[in-house]
Design a protein around this ligand. Structure first.
Ligand code: NAD
Length: 335
């Protein structure tokens, strides 16, 4: 433990120096810090549906973790081998690279700037990567606060769902200083097969919000088409097969079909448990709505999808996977 602390300190200061140098020196420093820092502890906060398998993939790549979740039960898989600590500040004291995977902007603000937040004890030169899907304006606000403490913040939301998190083939959309991207990519590549630099802080969130708005629309469309076809007498498996060889094909139809019995290993095969909660999809559509208002962009279908997912939350679907919109339509079909 003491040895790990000494090594981490050395790696942390080298990372800090690298950030203040020119491009060539910074590259060399980054390469040195990577080799020195590869086995130093990485902090992980938020061990939920996504964070749990992401953290396990970091462990598979040899990174010891320092973890925290406000819900202690979420840390039970890690108790034997990893350091479970009592607050985000404790994580920051023990690790100079931290990944956060939290539900909302509110949670991210609390974890970074709250009374026991990361910023209370963050070390200079630390790299803080937020993979939650939150408001791009909040990412920018957090980046400013982190910078004041001499550390670096990057937004890095993900696409791919729980299956991709388990398989380590998430897509990360990364916003922040380009010169910090290589350091972030070293960790993110342990959990994802696509790590894409999008631009300044907040641009990762912007890409993510656009993707999820399209996903929400296509999931509702798939659920409507499947329900209509079933009512017209088609076998759901056959209909899905035809859609998936035709122009209606999309991720919601061929990888995450919302109709029970069509596919194995997806939430619709498990009473819509696990996966991506309806409440989180409603949250992302709210972010899209806010962004559309501030940029004066028309999002007619995105706005309607927001209302549908909010209605579902009010009717008991909040914790079910968002593909349960199929079940919701079936229940509402006498309208
Ligand atoms: P989740 O609710 O399953 O997990 C979030 C975890 O964060 C929980 O364990 C919770 O206890 C913890 N948490 C909440 N507040 C905290 C706090 N203040 N301090 C410490 N821990 C706290 O959510 P998830 O499905 O893992 O999603 C996480 C993020 O990833 C969300 O922003 C979501 O929109 C995004 N996302 C989810 C999916 C998916 O398929 N589930 C896919 C892509 C992106």
């Amino acid at each position: 433990m003491a040895a790990a602390l000494v090594l981490r300190g050395a790696a942390g200061s080298l990372l800090g120096r690298g950030r203040r140098q020119g491009a060539g020196q910074a590259g060399l420093a980054a390469a040195c810090s990577r080799s020195m820092a590869s086995k130093t502890p990485v902090g992980f906060i938020g061990l939920g549906n996504m964070g749990n398998p992401m953290a396990k993939n970091l462990i598979k790549h040899g990174y010891p973790l320092v973890i925290y979740d406000v819900f202690p039960e979420a840390c039970k898989d890690f108790k034997d081998s990893e350091q479970v600590v009592a607050s985000p500040a404790d994580v920051a004291e023990r690790a100079d690279r931290i990944i956060t995977m939290l539900p909302t902007s509110h949670n991210a603000l609390e974890v970074y700037t709250g009374p026991k937040g990361i910023l209370k004890r963050v070390k200079k030169g630390s790299l803080l990567i937020d993979s939650s899907t939150i408001d791009p304006a909040v990412s920018k606000e957090l980046a400013k606060e982190v910078e004041k403490m001499g550390a670096v913040f990057m937004d890095s939301p993900v696409s791919g769902g729980v299956g991709a998190a388990r398989a380590g083939n998430l897509t990360f959309m990364v916003g922040g200083l380009e010169r910090e991207f290589a350091a972030a990519r070293e960790l993110l590549e342990c959990m994802g097969s696509n790590v894409v630099y999008c631009g300044g802080v907040g641009t990762g969130q912007a890409a993510k919000i656009c993707n999820n708005m399209l996903l929400a629309i296509s999931m509702i469309g798939t659920a409507e088409a499947m329900n209509l076809g079933i009512r017209l007498g088609l076998d759901p498996k056959l209909l899905a097969k035809i859609l998936n060889m035709s122009s209606g094909r999309c991720w919601s139809s061929d990888t995450y079909n919302p109709v029970p019995g069509v596919m194995d290993g997806v939430p619709s095969a498990n009473n819509y448990q696990g996966g991506f909660g309806t409440v989180l999809m409603a949250k992302d559509l709210g972010l899209a709505q806010d962004s559309a208002t501030s940029t004066k962009s028309p999002i007619l279908l995105g706005g309607m999808s927001h209302q549908i997912y909010r209605m579902m939350c009010a009717k008991g679907y909040a914790r079910k996977d968002f593909s349960s919109v199929f079940q919701f339509l079936r229940e509402e079909e006498n309208l």
